[in-house]
Design a protein around this ligand. Structure first.
Ligand code: NOJ
Length: 525
């Protein structure tokens, strides 16, 4: 019965999505397009110019086989040295905004603010200046998972002192770059970071504690984000006049059937994922969703703990965290279908965030698959998620800070083309519905180090040749399609550029320019 219901639901959604066709609709001139990356995933130069070790540098040296292809980010796409080419790519795409991240251990090699690495500061100064000189607006992420190893040795995100450490780091960023960076993203994807790094031991620092460490990490991230926000408010905002947001990831979820249980499980799933981070910051009451507070407290007591594994916030902390984002940075990739029945009992490790949520999920196998086992294309999910955010959190200003899909290597990435069209169509739908979405960053500008999956996943609009010491970047079909969407501000489903032809043209244009230069020199002789 369930597969049938899901299949029918998807057909209906597909029909309604088709009905919400983009013909004649366009993105307004205020809406901006950009592309996104993160420091450890692209920079390389892991030990140059005074940079300290991050938790990923440590993992690469102590546990290299944990990564799928035993690779690491030592060189990655070499963007530390090739950032001028990256900026050229942004210009080729015609986008006006770039989301990148600053490596904490490049600025503070030992994590703490007592020693600032001036060469790291110089690097980002040059980079930011170059962006601005090329008309690209910087959106800078302060923390995209590359924690200084020294801080991890003191517990990392499990130690509440990180709230001070992060605040001090943020202040140094505002002091050095805040005259030019007017959009700050504090911390990337608390749910994914805490779940994979401090819950299931899949990412550095590989801590296994899905029912305790996971919650502690999330709690400290909320407090650290608030600290960075208040520092900006009290010391910098009046002079620098920028905006700060946090980057929260969320799938869209819907119930597998119209049973009371599945509907309730879906509500809970939202609260235990999106709500865990949205409610404290974006709701009027603040604090964690009540269902989380109650459920984890009851489960903890029944499991023999003498207090809730979800450590609470004081009244003062609730107020301190509430409202600490000027906008939401939303990362979205896919949709899941939720159910709850007796089979869910005992399905997950005890204790764990998943067991506390008490809901299981799957994806519809009719949705186009990708290289990543967790991403299937279902564009309408983004529309529904944005409407859910609008209705639940009083229509916050949203920038989509990541959206994309992975493919295998190769320039004819039809799946990515289809994915971007479908998800951008959903953004147009959401805007038409009154959602305050003002910008969109494609993930990613180029292929990069996909954490524990190494280079086996390609997320780039530009293909990077990792076998080539030059790390040559070549635009894929999706880059050309995205460029056309950015130019025309509409989605043309018939546009089918040939990336091989356009690259052949580019190289012949390059050859021609050399011939012209030689002829020019000869003429002058
Ligand atoms: C979200 C993360 O922020 C990014 O680092 C990662 O590469 C993408 N998802 C794709 O998995």
């Amino acid at each position: 019965m369930r597969p049938l219901i899901v299949f029918l639901a998807c057909c209906l959604a597909a029909v309604s999505a088709a009905a919400r066709n983009t013909t004649g609709r366009s993105f307004s001139s205020e809406f901006f397009f950009g592309a996104a990356t993160a420091s450890y995933q692209i920079e390389g130069a892991w030990d140059v110019d005074g940079k300290g070790w991050s938790i990923w540098d440590y993992l690469a040296r102590t546990d290299p086989d944990h990564v799928a292809d035993s690779s690491n980010g030592d060189i990655a796409a070499n963007s530390y040295y090739m950032y001028r080419r990256d900026i050229e790519m942004l210009k080729e795409l015609g986008v006006t905004h770039y989301r990148f991240s600053i490596s904490w251990p490049r600025i503070l090699p030992y994590g703490r603010a007592n020693y600032v690495n001036q060469r790291g500061v110089n690097h980002y100064n040059e980079f930011i200046d170059e962006l601005i000189a090329n008309g690209i607006t910087p959106f800078a992420t302060m923390y995209h998972w590359d924690l200084p190893q020294n801080l991890q040795e003191l517990g990392g995100w499990l130690n509440e002192e990180i709230v001070d450490w992060f605040g001090d780091y943020a202040r140094i960023l505002y002091q050095n770059f805040g005259d030019r960076v007017k959009h700050w993203l504090t911390i990337n994807e608390p749910y994914v970071h805490c779940n994979l790094a401090y819950g299931y031991s899949m990412h550095a620092p590989r801590i296994h504690s899905p029912g305790i460490g996971y919650y502690e990490c999330g709690r400290h991230i909320l407090l650290a984000n608030a600290r960075a926000y208040h520092i900006y408010d009290n010391e910098f905002r009046s002079v620098q006049g920028g905006k700060l947001g946090i980057v929260i990831s969320s799938e869209y979820v819907f119930p597998a059937s119209d049973s009371e249980e599945d509907i309730e499980a879906t509500r809970d799933y939202f609260e235990f994922h999106l709500g865990q981070y949205m409610n404290p910051i974006f709701s009027e009451t603040g604090n964690y969703p009540q269902v989380m507070i109650d459920r984890v407290a009851a489960a903890s007591l029944s499991q023999g703990y003498n207090s809730s594994r979800l450590r609470g916030f004081s009244e003062e902390q609730i107020e301190y965290i509430k409202g600490t984002a000027d906008f939401l940075g939303l990362n979205h990739y896919s949709t899941r279908i939720i159910y709850r029945n007796s089979s869910v009992i005992g399905m997950f490790e005890i204790p764990s965030h998943e067991d506390d949520t008490y809901a299981a999920s799957f994806q519809n196998e009719f949705w186009p698959a990708s290289q990543a086992p967790w991403i299937r294309e279902y564009g309408p999910g983004l529309y529904h998620l944005l409407v859910h955010i609008k209705d639940t959190y009083n229509n916050p200003l949203v920038y989509i800070t990541e959206n994309g899909v992975s493919t295998t290597a190769g320039l004819n990435d039809y799946n990515r083309v289809s994915y971007y069209r479908s998800y951008l169509n959903a953004v147009l739908d959401a805007i038409a519905e009154g959602c305050d979405v003002q910008g969109y960053f494609a993930w990613s500008l180029m292929d990069n180090f996909e954490w524990a999956l190494g280079y086996t996943q390609r997320f780039g609009l530009y293909e990077v040749d990792f076998g080539d010491p030059e790390r040559t970047r070549t635009p894929r079909k999706s880059a050309l399609v995205y460029k056309e969407i950015v130019r025309s501000r509409t989605i043309d489903y018939d546009y089918d550029p040939d990336p091989y032809a356009s690259n052949a043209y580019a190289s012949s244009a390059w050859l021609l320019s050399i011939v012209f230069a030689i002829v020019n020199v000869l003429i002058q002789l």
